[in-house]
Design a protein around this ligand. Structure first.
Ligand code: HEC
Length: 111
């Protein structure tokens, strides 16, 4: 009986850890297409102060704020200390979910 309880508790721990960074809400694989079309211009090379995708040190101070915060900032756009991130990367046609997928992809490639 206690083995069953600890197995269930273990599974619940895995589920709750997984949801901490809201990974399940976004599809990083689908985000690659969005990234390649709308984000790559700045984020592949890191021009204008954009954190370069794949360069871990560009993301270490950003990732701790959480995926959802980064997604919201990417949807709305913001002026940071390094440069200006345009709302939805300048592509207003993107849905919020598409932007979220792209952020998930970028973060996954950069940690
Ligand atoms: C015109 C250039 C440009 C494009 C296109 C662009 N970005 Fe950015 N992005 C920036 C810059 C510059 C920053 C850094 C701003 C700062 O922190 O000073 C940034 C920062 C970010 C961050 C980090 C946010 C944070 O909280 O630290 C994310 C995530 C991001 N962009 C996602 C995206 C996504 C997703 C797209 C495509 C839909 C995109 N960007 C397209 C310029 C761009």
């Amino acid at each position: 009986m206690s083995r069953i309880i600890s197995a269930v508790a273990g599974a619940m721990l895995v589920i709750s850890l997984g949801s901490v960074d809201a990974k399940a809400a976004y599809n990083a694989a689908a985000g690659k297409t969005v990234y390649d079309a709308s984000c790559v211009a700045c984020h592949a090379s890191g021009i204008m102060g954009a954190p370069k995708v794949g360069l871990k040190t560009a993301w270490t101070s950003r990732i701790p704020q959480g995926l959802e915060t980064m997604v919201q900032k990417s949807i709305k756009g913001y002026q940071g200390t390094k440069g200006m991130m345009p709302a939805k990367g300048g592509n207003a046609k993107l849905t919020n979910a598409e932007v979220g997928n792209a952020v998930a992809y970028m973060v996954e490639q950069s940690k």
